[in-house]
Design a binder for this molecule. Structure first.
Ligand code: ADP
Length: 225
């Protein structure tokens, strides 16, 4: 369902962040993207999320080329793709409820439908009693769970996570990965860019390693190294 064909990215300063990447990810797969800092992991996720464009090559989602998307169509495409960041990116002056409902307001759903969706994802991440809290009143792990709830509230086919456990302690990191695995069992394709060797080695999944912008390993039930 996600296919990268000879994707390269050359930045304005001439730096090649991705170099001829071929990668196919099937519907419902869980994949770790590993590799040292600067290997191109974020660049790859950003391209699937359409915040960066390839300099060369093509990305297909269900045989549909992202190159053919107009600027206007990008927000519609993104309803199908959730993204989680290392630094959460929650709106600080909105409650937990509002942070999640925000994504649904543009869909012109009724109030009761929005409420039902928000409460359903909050229950899934185990934070249904935090609706009125502000992000600053939550722990790092709780904030990340809210981000996950926000990312999946539209029931996207694809969930991308860029270093989701980077700022978390080991136990909370486990909780987050188990939550992502649980979401994966709902047939959501999950791609996690991570440095977290402990988790990659213990929660074994497909591992794609990038090195200097190239895929240097693609292994099912792989380890970090
Ligand atoms: P990773 O996520 O694996 O750490 P990134 O995708 O963030 O790697 O970055 C890949 C490389 O591209 C890095 O060397 C980074 O410095 C470079 N890079 C990223 N964005 C830009 C940019 N806008 N301009 C120039 N170089 C960039």
């Amino acid at each position: 369902m996600i296919r990268l064909r000879a994707v390269s990215k050359v930045h304005k300063n001439g730096f090649k962040a991705l170099d001829g990447v071929d990668l196919t990810v099937s519907k419902g797969e869980f994949l770790y993207l590993v590799g040292p800092s600067g290997a191109g992991k974020s660049t790859l996720l950003n391209m699937i999320f359409c915040t960066e464009e390839p300099s060369d090559g093509d990305i297909f989602i269900d045989n549909f080329s992202l190159r053919t998307l107009s600027k206007k169509q990008v927000p519609f495409y993104r309803r199908n793709v959730g993204m989680i960041f290392q630094d959460y990116k929650l709106l600080p002056n909105r409650t937990v409820y509002e942070n999640i409902a925000f994504a649904l307001r543009v869909m012109h759903y009724s109030r009761s439908k929005i409420r039902a969706h928000v409460m359903q994802v909050l229950e899934l991440v185990g934070l249904q009693d935090k609706t009125k809290h502000y992000p600053s009143e939550l722990s790092g792990g709780e904030q990340q769970r809210i981000c996950i709830a926000r990312a999946i509230v539209n029931d996207p086919a694809i969930l991308l996570a860029d270093e989701p456990t980077e700022s978390l302690d080991p136990e909370t990191s486990w909780e987050i990965i188990h939550l992502l695995s649980k979401i994966n069992t709902r047939k959501t394709t999950v791609i996690v860019a991570t440095h977290n060797q402990g988790i990659v080695d213990d929660v074994r999944k497909r591992v794609v390693e990038l090195g200097e912008g190239k895929v240097i390993r693609d292994q099912y039930l792989g380890k970090y190294e």
